[in-house]
Design a protein around this ligand. Structure first.
Ligand code: NCD
Length: 329
């Protein structure tokens, strides 16, 4: 089997994204079953290798691997020999030597998963590298949006997001979610406006294919989706904001701003949310918020990603869920 990795949304292109979304439709159906499990990756081992903290991404990948019947291994830097000074290279080579088929890697430095991919035999999935990329977040966001738009319009989910206008609001500069999101949304035909104070926009967005704005109130009437980002305090080293209060006053989705949105406008956030800073607590829990769907769909989308990377030519088609069959494998 040829080894493949998922390091960037750009690795997939439009075709690859659509393939993952369609596969995830089948796995979402599996997740609804009383026993939400298929034997598709029986005998394979998936390791989550997290050098940076995480709640939902690590647990979501582990749930995805388990629902595919893969064995799982969990590595977290804080409780490992990294605390004794072991290098990233020695750590991943150690795991590789144990016979791991896929490593799901998160690190605070951009490019680490790509570097790991050069060192190990296992397939590597980027689960977030510094402020560079977080491809599975972008894929689960596309899946969630496509599902919500289909429900809104009373039709089956389509393959693209043509004509959908998405505002990504907040700390875009330090956000890997925004970088992967822009690549994926644009590949599917959506238009994106980045909304942030100038200090929290990337220095040069000319190659991103997006527009930018410093005025949330001006942007809100013209969008279908408001995608909020957390201030990445762990990556903000300079004084980029006058105060949190001032930031919230201009860029938070407050209850007052939410009341001005058309009823069909959708709200998204990758989590973890800091309620009261970038999003009002009631807005986060409102009917237009897709936050819980995003988390739920994350498992099906990561099943699709792991399946696509690991099942390869060896996949037995009878083990692939049909999306229609209701029976247990
Ligand atoms: C994001 C991340 O870690 O990049 N969270 C996530 O994976 N859902 C966003 C964030 O930390 O704000």
């Amino acid at each position: 089997m040829n080894r493949s990795d998922l390091l960037s949304v750009a690795d997939l292109g439009r075709e690859g994204i659509v393939e993952v979304l369609r596969l995830a439709d089948s796995f979402a159906e599996v997740s609804e079953r009383p026993v939400p499990k298929v034997p598709a990756l029986r005998g394979r081992t998936v390791a989550t290798v997290f050098f940076e903290s995480s709640t939902r991404t690590r647990l979501s990948f582990e749930a995805a691997a388990k629902r595919l019947s893969a064995d799982t291994m969990t590595f977290t830097a804080a409780s490992s020999s990294v605390a004794k000074g072991e290098s990233v290279r020695d750590t991943v080579e150690t795991l590789d030597a144990m016979g791991v088929d896929a490593m799901v890697v998160r690190h605070s430095s951009a490019g680490t998963p790509a570097q790991v991919a050069r060192w190990v035999r296992a397939s590597v999935v980027n689960a977030g590298d510094g402020q560079h990329e977080h491809p599975t977040q972008a894929l689960l966001d596309c899946f969630t949006l496509r599902e919500a738009l289909a429900r809104r319009d009373g039709r089956p989910p389509g393959d693209d997001l043509a004509g959908v206008r998405i505002a990504i609001v907040g700390d875009v500069r330090h956000s890997r979610v925004a970088r992967s999101g822009v690549l994926a949304y644009r590949a599917l035909g959506a238009t994106v406006v980045l909304v942030a104070p100038p200090t929290l926009l990337p220095p040069d967005t000319s190659s991103w294919g997006v527009t930018t704005s410093g005025d949330l109130d001006e942007v809100l009437p013209g969008v279908d989706v408001v995608y909020l980002l957390r201030l990445q305090a762990e990556r903000i080293r300079e004084c980029l904001l006058p105060s949190l209060h001032e930031y919230s006053a201009r860029y938070a989705l407050t209850a007052e701003r939410e009341r001005r949105l058309a009823p069909e406008v959708l709200v998204m956030h990758p989590g973890p949310m800091v309620r009261g800073v970038e999003i009002d607590s009631a807005v986060a829990s409102s009917a237009r918020s897709l936050v819980t769907r995003q988390v739920r769909n994350g498992v099906a989308v990561r099943m699709a990603v792991l399946f696509r990377l690991l099942a390869g030519a060896a996949a037995d088609p009878v083990l692939v869920p049909s999306g229609r069959a209701g029976g247990e494998p």
